[in-house]
Design a protein around this ligand. Structure first.
Ligand code: F3S
Length: 289
């Protein structure tokens, strides 16, 4: 039997980079000492966060928490891939933390654009979900009026002030089609300004690849957290193509009884599934079937 692992299973580039940064900092600390924190959980995966905690990495949930720490405990703080507002960097530095920036470069690019365009006098439109940490972070780099637009309906209601020039960006994980629809409405309204497409295609690539793989294999295994909406979506996509699709969180959930006729097994994983879990499942299937 052959096992095929999807090339883009699990962490996207930005999340992998951020998680690797934390482990690198742990290695560095072995030389230098000093506490390490992440600003918010580095990733929405309890096992990873627990593993880091066991290695002495704590999560700081807010600036207030950072401020409450005695000066001697203010070590290194790592910014996760979502990024943060500009004032968060400044405040952490002012408090004496060493800030290690693991913001995904694609998100960083939005910060730079928003900072530059707002300084040039444009108002900023962020197409994305209000309250999402990435969107809040982006907003925090704008020095001018900033609006968050979540839907076509909101775009239709939006009225520009006289002479107001706009710069439109999007949350990286926003649906590209919806982003285009919103931009189209602004065009119809005749609002001038710049549009920077900052949708990241990591999710789309993972989904397209999963669909293609599921259509080829006899059995498909999708690995990811129970509450992970992107894993559920992957499962649904695969299930449409392959009737024998299994959704598991870890190897413990895998109780496969495969018919003899099964020749090809495909594996993919959601965005917050760590590599070691994917490898465990892959090795298990390879060895046992
Ligand atoms: Fe991931 Fe960065 Fe894209 S965090 S989803 S690669 S914007």
């Amino acid at each position: 039997m052959e096992v095929i692992l999807a090339e883009h299973a699990g962490f996207c580039f930005g999340v992998k980079r951020a998680v690797d940064t934390v482990y690198e900092q742990i290695e560095n600390r072995k030389k230098d000492g000093g506490p390490i924190y992440t600003f918010g959980p580095i990733i929405h995966n309890e096992e990873v966060v627990r593993d880091l905690q066991e290695r002495g990495v704590e999560v700081l949930s807010s600036l207030e928490e950072a401020e409450a720490l005695p000066a001697a405990e203010r070590g290194t703080v790592i910014i996760r891939s979502h990024g943060v507002e500009k004032r968060v960097y400044e405040k952490l530095q002012e408090l004496g933390f060493e800030v290690v920036d693991a913001t995904c470069p694609f998100v960083k690019r939005i910060h730079t654009t928003v900072e530059r365009e707002s300084a040039a006098g444009k108002s900023i439109i962020i197409v994305g979900n209000a309250g999402h940490p990435e969107v809040e972070g982006i907003r925090g780099w704008s020095g001018a009026s900033t609006y968050i637009i979540e839907s076509v309906k909101e775009a239709e209601k939006f009225v520009r002030r006289d002479g107001e020039e706009l710069c439109i960006v999007s949350q990286t994980t926003f649906n590209y089609k919806k982003f285009q629809d919103v931009v189209e409405i602004f065009n119809q309204k005749g609002y001038n300004g710049s549009v920077v497409n900052t949708v990241c295609n990591a999710t789309e690539v993972r989904q397209a690849e999963a669909r293609e793989l599921a259509a080829r294999v006899d059995v498909m295994i999708v690995i990811g957290g129970n509450h992970s909406s992107n894993t559920r979506k992957l499962y649904e996509i695969c299930r449409q193509e392959c009737r024998m699709t299994y959704y598991i969180q870890t190897l413990d959930d895998l109780h496969l009884q495969l018919p003899k006729s099964v020749r090809l097994v495909g594996i993919t994983a959601g965005a917050s599934t760590p590599n070691n879990i994917i490898e465990e499942v892959q090795n298990y299937v390879r060895i046992n079937f």
